[in-house]
Design a protein around this ligand. Structure first.
Ligand SMILES: NC(=O)c1ccc[n+]([C@@H]2O[C@H](COP(=O)([O-])OP(=O)(O)OC[C@H]3O[C@@H](n4cnc5c(N)ncnc54)[C@H](O)[C@@H]3O)[C@@H](O)[C@H]2O)c1
Length: 433
């Protein structure tokens, strides 16, 4: 076995989170509790999963950290930006996802995590008003301020490397504009001339991170990284990018169920998905312009898995509808309800109902941990640009104009395992286990 050239994970890793809301605070509390040995990082593949390497008599199962050099949880230093000045302890209490008894053992550490001023534009998130916001005369200047934040954080906390992850509110739907987003030069020009219509605040964070030599991950369905200008910047800076939109509850189930139908050659005539959700995310998504961004991300999934061109008898006429309803009494306890109208032998109709009573941030937190650690690994392995192998974690996996995204959860899992195998100097393979 020949080890690949992956730089070791020495020193501290700064994990800078855009947004310090329900998801981020749950992620931080759980990580800090896990490293104290007070909680288990359940749902995180980097911490819990094992991958088979070798075949036949040589096969063995190893954890990710044994195959590739991963940053230890002990070496993570957290930082954040938010439009509200609450520290991570206050944010966790406000989010009301975790019980106080599960937050208090790491209260002191959480209290030191105070959000930096956010790059925010009210036009991009309609229902939020907060005081902790940067002032800048252009998008370029806004981006420069974020760069300064990253540099200061890195020096102050003695970090060797930084990863930036977006877990802030979903921005309004922003259509792709070729003349601004189509290449890096035009994009930079638009930032300098302060094109506040086409340059979203999230793009300022992404640009700043990449220029500062940090991988950037987009956890919401924002356009942000899905533009050639960002792909070019990531290549130029030799940094990994991954997105978009964490694949947690309903969509995770969709990407398991849709391949099951296809594997059995069962037809689908309708799929109705609705959610009730009462946290701040639900409130933001209650606005039609913010919901549209999420809707596009959620809708793309089954159309890609159930290929109507290849199987017109089964999938040419699917009625697919997705709704999110803001319902405060539930807070972070989302109910994702799905009704599938399917058909089988001789066209006979059947139904499948799924009622997923999930906790949104509990499902999202381990994804953040993995995405952060694996993007840092990718940077050290000199894998840059779009990281297809991280599609496993994402609702709308990034892809360029020439490739189709992969949505099937188990195909995505095989891609993830093979990337880890390759970086560890083992042979990739397609065997199922
Ligand atoms: N929880 C899940 O299962 C899941 C799945 C997929 C995607 N997401 C996405 O993750 C994001 C976070 O979800 P959440 O439940 O934590 O929401 P939240 O509302 O609790 O937290 C988001 C935080 O982002 C802050 N914010 C908004 N714009 C900002 C900006 N420009 N800069 C800095 N901070 C900003 C808000 O003030 C808020 O505190 C949302 O976009 C959500 O759609 C969540």
């Amino acid at each position: 076995m020949e080890k690949q050239n992956v730089a070791p994970a020495t020193g501290k890793l700064g994990v800078l989170c855009v947004g310090l809301g329900a998801v981020t605070s749950t992620f931080m509390v759980g990580t800090l509790m896990a490293r104290k040995g007070l909680s288990k990082p359940i749902g995180s593949l980097t911490q819990m999963d094992k991958i088979r390497v070798g075949k036949g008599a040589d096969k063995k199962y190893m954890s990710y950290g044994e195959i590739v050099p991963l940053t230890s949880l002990n070496d993570i230093v957290f930082g954040a930006w938010d439009i509200f000045p609450d520290n991570a302890y206050e944010a966790a209490i406000h989010a009301d996802v975790l019980k106080e008894r599960d937050i208090n053992p790491v209260r002191q550490e959480l209290e030191t995590i105070k959000p930096m001023k956010a790059a925010f534009d009210q036009n991009f998130v309609k229902r939020l008003y907060g005081p902790n916001v940067k002032e800048a005369s252009t998008r370029w200047e806004l981006m420069e301020q974020i760069r300064e934040d990253i540099r200061l954080f890195k020096t102050k906390n003695n970090c060797e490397r930084i990863v930036v992850i977006w877990a802030a509110s979903t921005e309004i739907y922003l259509p792709y504009n070729e003349s601004v987003h189509g290449n890096l030069t035009a994009f930079e020009q638009a930032m300098k001339t302060n094109d506040t219509i086409n340059i979203a605040p999230s793009m300022c964070y992404a640009y700043a991170a990449l220029v500062e030599g940090a991988p950037f991950i987009m956890g919401a369905p924002n356009l942000c990284l899905d533009i050639p200008a960002m792909w070019q910047l990531a290549e130029k800076q030799q940094m990994p990018i991954a997105g978009k939109d964490f694949k947690t509850g309903q969509t995770m189930m969709k990407t398991v169920l849709a391949p099951a139908l296809k594997t059995r050659m069962l037809g689908l005539s309708g799929w109705f998905s609705t959610n009730i959700l009462g946290n701040r995310d639900g409130e933001v998504l209650d606005d039609p312009s913010n919901f549209k961004t999420k809707e596009v991300s959620k809708l793309s999934v089954i159309e890609t898995i159930l290929d109507k061109e290849e199987y017109p008898d089964l999938y040419s006429d699917i009625y697919h509808k997705v709704r999110i309803n803001y319902y405060p009494p539930r807070n972070d306890d989302k109910e994702g309800w799905d009704n599938l109208d399917i058909f089988g032998w001789m066209g006979y109709h059947m139904q499948i109902k799924v009622d997923f009573l999930c906790k949104d941030s509990i499902l999202a937190a381990p994804l953040l941990l993995d995405l952060v650690l694996l993007s840092d690994l990718a940077a050290r392995a000199e894998r840059y640009g779009i990281q297809n192998w991280l599609s496993f974690y994402l609702k709308s996996p990034m892809h360029d104009f020439e490739h189709q995204p992969i949505h099937d959860l188990f195909v995505q899992y095989a891609m993830l395992k093979n990337a880890i195998r390759e970086m560890g100097g083992y042979e990739a393979d397609q065997e199922l286990d």
